[in-house]
Ligand binder design. Structure first.
Ligand code: ADE
Length: 232
């Protein structure tokens, strides 16, 4: 069983509509659709925006469906000139840029209790996603550290600070939570995020224009990855 989590309807629609024999279950207000996707048993969910929604979804998925891998798919802001609109960041690891107990002597981003800054992502899944991207014309995917936080990044100063502190190349609002929950539950985790904006002062405009393209690219790559998992 593979779990698939996206924050918004536009990020998961194309995936949900391909699930055969869908069975819906609702827990804590979040819908989980299980069935077969490209020959693979899956459960997919639209978790809502932000780390708490993502954590609730991933933990529920872990307990009820016991997936061996959770894929977090969707869109992101770019933190690097190398990642343009439509390009896909395939996570090497994830940090939580909004976690800050530096006043207590901790390094930036260190999640207390788990005591980690960099949440690991599954190497085999990442390499399979990068290979899958090669088969999709017009889609460019690159390995990248991803920074999560409960913040839509839309300021050059904030963007620079995230890069300075964490050397991340894309920012979004859920992957850090999904990766943390996967880590706690011993579940493999993968993240792929297509760029919708530049995380700068123009981000709200770029996001509005390119969200559909980015959501399409991320869903297409997620589907190609799934197809290859089943050998289809
Ligand atoms: N998702 C897409 N663009 C984003 C941004 N600029 N900040 C946070 N999450 C995003």
């Amino acid at each position: 069983m593979i779990g698939i989590i996206g924050a918004m309807r536009i990020e998961v629609d194309r995936i949900l509509e391909r699930i055969e024999g869908p069975v819906k279950r609702v827990e804590s207000g979040i819908e989980y659709i299980s069935g077969r996707l490209m020959g693979v048993d899956v459960v997919a969910s639209k978790c809502g925006i932000g780390k708490v929604n993502a954590a609730a979804c991933a933990q529920t998925m872990a307990l009820i469906f016991k997936p061996e891998l959770i894929l977090n798919t969707g869109v992101a802001g770019s933190l690097s000139p190398e990642l343009g609109v439509g390009d896909i960041a395939v996570g090497t690891d994830v940090v939580q840029h909004d976690v800050d107990t530096t006043a207590l002597g901790d390094p930036p981003g260190m999640v207390s209790t788990v005591n980690l800054i960099h949440f690991p992502l599954d190497r085999d899944a990442r390499e399979a996603i990068l290979r899958a991207a090669e088969a999709l014309p017009g889609i460019r995917a690159v390995p990248a550290r991803i920074a999560s936080g409960d913040q839509f990044v839309a300021a050059s100063a904030r963007k620079k600070e995230i890069v300075r502190l964490f050397d991340a190349r894309a920012c979004e609002m859920e992957a850090g939570a999904v990766a943390q929950i996967c880590h706690l539950n011993g579940i493999r985790c993968a993240v792929l995020r297509a760029i919708s904006d530049g995380g700068d002062e123009g981000a709200h405009l770029t996001y509005a224009e390119f969200l559909p393209l980015a959501a399409k690219n991320s869903a297409e790559l997620a589907l190609e990855f799934m197809a290859r998992m089943s050998g289809a």
